[in-house]
Structures are given as C-alpha cells and as structure tokens.
Design a protein around this ligand. Structure first.
Ligand code: ADP
Length: 377
C-alpha cells in the first residue's frame, strides 16, 4: 500500500525538526532515509509511527489519513510493523511466542497462527529455532526474530530504525541483502532509516537524503551517488575529488565539453544537470566531480586528453586497495584507489576512466531545479 507523506512539518517547541517533507513510498518499495545525526530521521519515524504530532501536511497510507495537524491515528491502529535498533525482544518469550505475539488479537485458530509463525521462521531462515529464548541467539538471529515479528501481522508498512546498528560489520553485509529479500518477498512497503550510506545504497530501491529537516534529494542509489544535487550530498555518500572546470560548448544530450583547471580537456566529458532543458551554460565555471574509483594511476609517461600528471604524496593500505594521494599542480591533491603499493614521491599519471563526469555549477548548489522528492524516480 502506498505511503504518502505530503508537506509534513514537525516541531519541538521552537525547534523545527522537519520542514515540509514530501515523499511517497510505493507498494512493495523499500525507501531508505539517509541523513546525518540531527537531520530529523527519528522525528520522521515517530511521525509515521503515530508518536509525534505534525504542524503542517498529512500522512496517508492508501486512502486512509494517519496524521494531520491536530489528528493522530494511534500506533496500534496503523497496521504498521516496526523494527528497532536494539530489536526490543522480550527476554521471557521464546522465538515462536515472540513472532506469534502480534497475532494474539486476531480471529484465527491456533493452528493458523502457528502456520504463520512457521512460515515466518522459514522466511527469516530460523527454521527449528522456535523454542529458543533471545539469550540463546546470536545478534543476527535476534534481528531476524525482530523482523519476523514486525511482519507477522502482514503490515502494510514496515518502519526500520537503524536495524543494523548493533550488528558487527561482517554480519551487516549479509543481513543487508537478506533484509531486502525478506521485505520484497512479503511485498511490504518499507521505510528504512539509517546514517550508513552503504546500507542505504544496498538495501533500498530508492534513497531519500534528509538534511536539516528537509529532503535534499531522492532517487535510485546510482542516481544520488553519481548525480548528487549538491556537494553536501556528494560528500555524504563517499569521497570525492572536485576539479575546477569551465563549460566550453554543448555536446549531445546533457553533455558538455569542459576544460579543467589542470588543463584536462573533458571533450563531451561533463554531464551538466538540467542542461537538456536549459540553454548551454557556456563559460559557466564549477566543479567536475570525480570519485576515487573514477580515476586510475597510469605510467608517468602516459598522455591523452584524460590524463594529467603529478607526484605521489601519500599511500595508505586499505585492505582491498591502496588509497593514493597525488599532488597535482594547480588543484587540491587527488585521491585514487590502486591495487598495488606505489612509492611515495614517484611521478605518476592520473587517468579519468569514465567518458563523462558530473558537474556542479557552484560549490554550494547545482543548476538542477529543486524537485519534490516524490516526483523523482
Ligand atoms: P536524527 O534522528 O536524524 O538524529 P532527530 O529527529 O532526533 O534527528 O532530531 C531532529 C532535530 O530535532 C534536532 O535538531 C534535534 O536536536 C531536535 N529534537 C529531537 N528531539 C527533540 C526533543 N524531544 N526536544 C527538542 N528538540 C528535539
């Protein structure tokens, strides 16, 4: 069922925690709300759970209004499942009893309820664990129980509040994929709150970035990672090299030719947001965005329109690769990933691997018109 958040603001006294937020979560869709601490994530969850009043706007689930200024449907009447950061399992209930608990009020026979419990145990891959107590489970298993409990009642919407926060790094990696599968199998719409960018990118069908109580961008993971609306979003999602650039001429589609401050000529090489809808911004200066993985180290003798030269300033071992910082005359040092160690002080070439890079017109903002989050798919 579709969740519609329309123009919602929420306040704590004089503090505005959410400012006219609009976002739609379609039936069966997983949307991650990604944002730094204090951006309003918990407040949004509380609004959706029915624990926090709003001052403007409306929250609907399907046709039903859940919250309006001065009106709140209580948490237990919303048909919403919740998964909390600490899982909130009761120590005295077995796994089976925990999962069955939300079914207690339903007019179903004991057999029907137990059949649903078995179905859920199998869904979260805990067959045979029904008789165990929480202290007899690992962190990952406890989390699966919390997920099964949240889904027991076949909720129309599942809210997940940093559900991986208390799991170790290795477990998180497998759980991300499992969680996406489980939610999709139950066809539940889900809103997933996290400050972990990798988690958001992996789990969600769509990511909405919350910043200072506003949604600054929403789109597919690739959309916001590769085409961020502004520098804050770009940097929140991962390391970036910003190379000063100037647009020279329009090319096909939304591409433009640009030259960079280091003499790198990006022929057909920058994608300028909104270009196809606007006159060519020739002469516009800005920043070409190059993530470390967009670049590679090449021989110092290499040449070409996408190669420039510098000196290795530092190299850090990162496990999967070396993070190499290269000093280049005229711009800030550039960070590149490299599979093998390199000698600090050596001369190298840095080559752009992509045919095109993203371009932001100024440090703070993009030329893309701000869009209502729900309209961006
Ligand atoms: P997040 O979950 O992203 O860390 P929150 O929703 O908790 O963000 O907070 C959003 C803003 O609202 C912050 O500025 C925070 O200080 C403020 N805030 C949150 N809860 C309260 C409260 N109970 N009273 C006053 N201000 C609050």
């Amino acid at each position: 069922m579709q969740l519609e958040i329309r123009g919602v603001s929420a306040q704590y006294g004089s503090v505005t925690a959410l400012r006219e937020i609009s976002l739609t979560v379609d039936t069966g869709e997983i949307v991650a709300i990604l944002g730094p601490s204090g951006s309003g994530k918990s407040t949004l969850l509380q609004v959706l759970a029915g624990l926090q009043p709003i001052t403007t706007g409306e929250v609907r689930l399907g046709e039903r209004v859940l919250t309006r200024p001065g009106f709140i449907v209580s948490p237990e009447q919303r048909g919403i499942g919740m998964v909390f950061q600490d899982f909130a399992l009761w120590p005295h209930l077995t796994v089976a009893d925990t999962i069955r608990f939300p079914l207690d009020g339903l007019k179903q026979s004991h057999e029907e309820k137990m059949a649903r419990v078995r179905e859920l145990l199998s869904l979260v891959q805990l067959d045979g664990f029904g008789a165990r107590y929480p202290h007899e489970l690992s962190g990952g298993q406890r989390q699966r129980v919390a997920i099964a409990r949240a889904l027991a009642n076949r909720p129309k919407l599942v809210l997940l509040d940093e559900p991986m926060a208390s799991l170790d790094a290795r477990l998180r990696e497998t759980m991300r994929i499992d969680l996406a599968r489980i939610l999709h199998e139950q066809d539940a719409s889900a809103l997933y709150v996290t400050h972990d960018r990798t988690e958001a990118l992996v789990v969600a069908d769509r990511v909405a970035l919350l910043h200072a109580g506003e949604i600054s961008q929403s789109g597919s993971a690739a959309d916001i990672y590769e085409r961020p609306n502004n520098r804050f979003i770009a940097e929140f999602l991962g390391p970036v090299n910003w190379i000063p650039a100037e647009v020279m001429a329009e090319r096909e589609g939304a591409h433009a030719e640009a030259k960079t401050g280091v003499g790198l000529h990006l022929e057909g090489g920058v994608r300028v947001p909104g270009l196809s809808a606007q006159p060519v911004p020739v002469g516009r200066t800005g920043m070409a965005m190059m993530r470390p993985e967009d670049l590679e180290l090449v021989e110092a003798s290499a040449s070409g329109t996408r190669v420039w030269h510098g000196r290795v300033q530092a190299a850090h071992y990162m496990g999967m690769h070396w993070q190499v910082v290269v000093e280049i005359a005229g711009i800030d040092p550039v960070t590149v990933y490299h599979p093998v160690p390199v000698t600090v002080g050596s001369s190298v070439g840095v080559q752009l691997r992509r045919p095109a890079v993203w371009f932001l017109a100024s440090a703070a903002e993009s030329v893309r018109e701000p869009q209502e989050a729900s309209a961006v798919r």
